[in-house]
Ligand binder design. Structure first.
Ligand code: NAD
Length: 325
């Protein structure tokens, strides 16, 4: 039985805890909150788990075999460092931070200690993404068009620039990751962002509510991604790949459609990608075989670098070439 500690007490801490509690090979042993009260509230729901508001105390008392990190983007750094000091594997939700200096430091530790990590880019685990990868073995992508069009999440940290990093860093990162996974690595970024409405209708909104980003890929393909959080509802998030043999359309966690003129083939997502993500991570811990983990800390750092470059480009008005770090 693997002992798992959960950092965070919000929506996604609960989501991961639920998935873990449904398994018979793990026990959720602890929750860490910003207050003991929040941690206790969640711990009460999972038999045998304890509540903490101090990570050192949690790690010393519960001695977990692995840790799930589900905190807002601005809270990364000290948590990972405490976990790495004890050489523990961790699964961390995206995005993995907001500043590359901290992420580079953690990445170096992860690599030098050869720690097993996984990052919550769950779309990679969908049937849609896996089928698209297969189909792309015999197709050439000219360009990718996609994005994340929806509403502003209600949590207070999301609307702060220094809390979430903005929509492209926090949400559309999933689509940037999908571009990398399906089409190739990005070498240049240009972005235009604006605040059109949300800062006038809601208190304290610092982030842009519309954005358009152009990505040039090393293999010559181009991606055009847009996002908005101005809508009163979630509209769509996904990616279309325009290839020499038709269009591959992915709607996240729903389906892949292959358009060949009037012929449309639909592949539905049949499995829960979060379950597959957790399966792969736990399998790696039990066997040492990391091959089922589809994205790790080092890989996710590449995605973060792209989304932060987009933010910098939106501020300077200039394209940014992504060299090696
Ligand atoms: N992969 C996905 O599909 C997916 C979906 C939703 C959220 N997420 C990611 O999960 C992360 C958390 O999102 P959420 O929706 O659960 O947010 P949330 O606001 O519901 O919860 C965040 C929690 O983190 C806690 N927290 C903040 N700083 C902390 C610290 N230093 N130590 C311990 N706890 C701390 C807060 O008290 C809160 O309980 C975000 O990075 C988000 O992008 C991923």
């Amino acid at each position: 039985m693997l002992k798992i500690a959960i950092i965070g007490t919000g929506w996604f801490a609960d989501k991961h805890a639920d998935l873990l509690a449904a398994r018979d090979d793990v026990q959720v042993v602890a929750f860490l909150g910003t207050s003991i009260h929040k941690a206790e509230k969640l711990a009460q729901r999972y038999a045998g788990s304890q509540a903490f508001d101090d990570i050192e105390q949690l790690l010393d008392t519960c001695k977990p075999d692995a840790v799930y990190i589900n905190v807002p983007p601005m809270a990364h750094g000290p948590i990972e460092e405490a976990i790495l000091a004890r050489n523990l594997p961790f699964l961390v939700e995206k995005p993995i931070g907001l500043d590359m200096q901290t992420v580079d430091r953690i990445q170096q530790l992860v690599e030098s200690k050869q720690i097993i990590t996984s990052v919550g880019y769950h779309i990679r685990y969908t049937d849609a993404a896996q089928t698209a990868r297969k189909l792309l073995e015999t197709r050439k992508v000219g360009m990718a068009v996609g994005g994340w069009m929806g509403q502003m999440p209600g949590v207070p940290w999301w609307r702060k620039q220094g809390g979430s990093g903005g929509q492209f860093v926090e949400q559309t990162t999933h689509i940037v990751d999908l571009v990398r996974y399906l089409v190739g690595e990005v070498e240049e970024v240009y972005a235009a962002y604006a605040q059109r409405h949300m800062h006038t209708s809601h208190e304290g909104v610092e982030v842009a509510d519309v954005g358009a980003v152009t990505l040039k890929l090393a293999n010559g393909a181009i991606a055009s991604l847009t996002n908005t959080c101005i809508l009163p509802f979630g509209h769509r998030s996904g990616l279309e790949l325009f290839t020499d043999q038709g269009v591959l359309e992915i709607q996240q966690s729903q389906y892949l459609k292959h358009h060949e003129g009037s012929l449309i083939t639909e592949y539905k997502d049949n499995a829960n990608p979060y379950e597959r993500e957790t399966d792969a991570f736990l399998y790696a811990i039990k066997t040492g075989d990391r091959s089922r983990i589809l994205t790790d800390y080092t890989d996710a750092a590449v995605t973060l670098r792209i989304t932060l470059a987009a933010l910098a480009s939106s501020q300077s008005g200039l394209p940014i070439k992504l060299g090696t770090k």
